[in-house]
Design a protein around this ligand. Structure first.
Ligand code: MTE
Ligand code: CO
Length: 390
């Protein structure tokens, strides 16, 4: 009998001895057998851990919600630890009434709940010039998808009274980086949230506790964490994060800027380099994620032969605006090598491009906004590798 089969023929300790009492872990943790499921960093990517990034282990997750402890972190000056009693949010600039809110003040406005993805504009940035990193955690893991609870930014701006000349908003963080971004008033009044909860519990410190800005569908950099100030102005501020950073240099020497919306994108999360096929030929499940900053994902196509034939994948779970969608494709693997790709279609009719199509348009100097189709090569053993095909 193989080791695993003894659970059928013999009584096991966990069957015959009492387990832990209810208070052993007042705040629960995953099973000890899931310890490998964690955020990971790529050492050579940044010079310093306080201005750095780690990645969501997409290949270990299912459904559409990212657990709070696994949501990737990106910060430019380390994680700030702020006592909510000491925290204030100020609105100043072109308003009728300059206001300062305590956290308690914020809780007295009507709240909303929404599931949104947050994707860093630099997600997949290392892949611009060719296949680099072996794992969807590293190629696509600068993304998370959680349910936010917060107050509509519009509600707070109405409380302050935006003057007719107020066309832009500067959001500022209370962390050491004092991060700032300009946001057009139209977006601020549309669907932005000032959020204090994620997946039902308080934001994690690394996600901006006690309060962060939620800018649905737009690049992660604009989702200012540890939000301390909103200034209303008549034009954008042209700060660092919207000039030297978060812009893309094109072949003609000009740079794209204010590229706020995240284009439709998808990735097969299983199998993938960190999650090979270990079960040999026969019934096989392919799964992955798709999202768009412009709406929902009505359709995802999957190919197992590098794009010669495409199959429509099955989307399962809620199809929410500007949220991740989960897709599956089941097939009978003949044990021969595979070239796996997925292609997202969004509700505007936009179709995710190939990396070659993207480069034709944007050249090879970009870092940000790489939404090209990802390819995994699977060999006869089931091992997966990051490759590019044309
Ligand atoms: N807000 C502040 N105050 N400081 C920061 O460094 N990083 C930004 C944004 N908001 C940042 C910030 C970037 S680049 C991204 S991608 C997201 O936060 C990351 O959010 P997360 O750490 O919740 O994943
Ligand atoms: Co970012």
């Amino acid at each position: 009998l193989a080791a695993g089969e003894k659970v059928i023929t013999e009584v096991q300790p966990w069957n015959s001895e009492l387990g832990d009492g209810v208070d052993v872990m007042p705040y629960g943790k995953p099973s000890e057998f899931e310890e490998h499921v964690k955020r990971r960093t790529v050492e050579w990517l940044t010079a310093d851990p306080v201005s750095s990034i780690n990645f969501t282990p997409l290949h270990e997750l299912d459904g559409i919600i990212t657990p709070n402890g696994l949501a990737f972190e990106r910060h430019h000056g380390g994680t700030a630890h702020i006592d909510p009693k000491e925290h204030r949010l100020m609105i100043n600039g072109l308003v009728d009434r300059q206001l300062v809110f305590t956290m308690e003040d914020l809780m007295r406005f009507p709240r909303e709940n929404h599931v949104y993805f947050l994707e860093c504009a630099a997600n997949s940035g290392m892949e611009w010039r060719g296949a680099q990193l072996n794992g969807c955690q590293f190629t696509h893991g600068m993304i998370h998808n959680v349910m936010y609870t917060g107050v509509k930014l519009r509600t707070l701006l109405e409380e302050a009274g935006v003057k007719p000349s107020g066309k832009w908003l500067l959001a500022e963080g209370a962390d050491a980086s004092g991060m700032t971004r300009s946001i057009p008033m139209e977006k601020a009044l549309d669907d932005c949230l000032v959020a204090f909860k994620m997946n039902g519990e308080a934001l994690r410190p690394e996600q901006g506790y006690p309060v962060r800005l939620v800018v649905p569908g737009w690049e992660g950099n604009m989702w200012v964490k540890w939000l301390r100030r909103l200034e209303v102005g008549d034009q954008p501020w042209h700060h660092r994060e919207e000039t030297s950073k978060y812009t893309d240099l094109l072949e003609n020497g000009k740079a794209r800027r204010f590229t706020w919306e995240m284009d439709a994108k998808s990735v097969i999360t299983n199998p993938s380099p960190q999650a090979p096929l270990t079960h040999k030929k026969g019934p096989t499940v392919i799964t992955g994620l798709a999202w768009s900053g412009r709406g929902t994902i009505p359709r995802v196509d999957v190919t197992i032969d590098g794009g010669i034939t495409w199959h429509q994948a099955r989307i399962s779970g809620p199809s929410l605006d500007k949220s991740m969608h989960r897709f599956y494709f089941e097939f009978d693997w003949d044990g021969k090598p595979l070239l796996l790709q997925s292609r997202a279609h969004d509700s505007t009719g936009y179709v995710q491009p190939t990396k070659d199509q993207l480069r034709k348009h944007r050249g090879v100097n970009s870092i940000y906004h790489n939404n090209g189709i990802q390819t995994w090569a699977i060999d006869e053993e089931g091992k997966a590798e990051n490759v590019e095909i044309s």
